[in-house]
Write a protein that binds this ligand. Sequence first.
Ligand SMILES: [Zn+2]
Length: 468
Amino acid sequence: MKGLHVFGSHTYHGGGRVGRMLVVCFTAAAARLKNDGSEAGWRAGRRAMSGMQNTLIGCALLALGSLVFYAEQHSIKRELSLGRRRRRLRSKDNEPPFIESPAEVLSRRKERQQNASELFRFALVTDTHVWPAAAGRNDFTSRSDASPIRDGLLVRHSPQIYSAMLQELGRFAAGGGAFAVHAGDAVCGGNNFHSPANEYERALRMLAEEERAILGRWPIHHVAGNHDLHPKLGGLSAWQRELGNQTGAPRPDVAYRSLRHRGWRILLLDTASAVHFDTDGHGLVDAAQLGWLQAELDASAAGGERVLLVGHQLLVQPREPSGAVVSWLEVPVDMVENANQVLNLLSRYPHVRLSLHGHVHANSLTTYGGIAFVTTSSASEYPMQWREVIVRECEIEMRTRTLPVASETLAMSRQREAGRGDPDERNRAKVGGVLENHLLLSVCTPTEREQRENAPRPRRRLARRRER
Ligand SMILES: [Zn+2]
């Protein structure tokens, strides 16, 4: 039984052990034969032979048992691994084939590089035109529904659409989105909705409460639009009380301010700071804001920051690829009256890259003086989109995202458009083309790109860490 004792002290691990076990068995049997063989006489010899036989039989049985155990283990493992592989195959049944083309591999590699160079991402939403149910809203929607000339704005559904938008922003925040910017006309104040004062004020309160309830402290920065002005008293004081934020504002009584984020300065303009009562929707920038803008541009240039603007009314007229002004633009009511003054100022600062706007309820892209001017569709009108803006070292990517609303709601808005030319054409114009929906904008000069790409890696990493 010496052999068994030897096996008992080892933990069984696999096939290699079976061979070693047999060697030990034979050694033990041979030792027994040698010891017993030293006695004279055939009885002693037989006892020795019988002892050796018993040891060998025991060993053989053990070896057989071990082999069976090993084979079973091996087949269980194989079964398990096959099962895993089968499950993997099953889960990929609906996905594209495993074999990737060189283009796909390259695009994945590019995506990884892009992710590595991402500085931050934010959401741009605009023209939500929220108006909770009330007598004044019923009057407006009844009049508007009956009018032969109307747009696709679903004022009656605006509170539900706003909730869906906030839920969407909540998911965006959970996925790493840094903040949201609302490019104006959060509510239905101003001129042509004829909203009673109490309904306008209630809408502002409701919005602020819902934003806090769904997004908590995650920032949504509001920019003022013409429909954010008080419908009876004019001005933005009620809007500022509920939705305004004085961080980065030069004075508490103004609605323009600047945000600084990871090497970028985001200038939130009040494109109608010289308009107290909304009359027709046009914008006008006052001298004080022009002075502030110049100071911000100087400071950002001195600090090596790049600049992105957000304002409600337009600074340039959107154009077709042919160069013609788009047919749907309403001049002057869609524009900032003194846009030339603002553009002249911007033209002196090559670090201004992008200007984002709302107001026209359409996706458009126009470049002017080296700046991309982008407008985004209204959240409450077909195609009900927002933009995801991804800011990288040398590139800004902008993608439109459709709000998670029922397809019937979208269809209702599309069908509501009437009386201002071909409704299909207007709906197509609101959606925009490929570029308007997925834009990659280079934001480095060739020299800057070279500097950023050739910067020694460890220092770049340190710099990024410091920025965090
Ligand atoms: Zn507007």
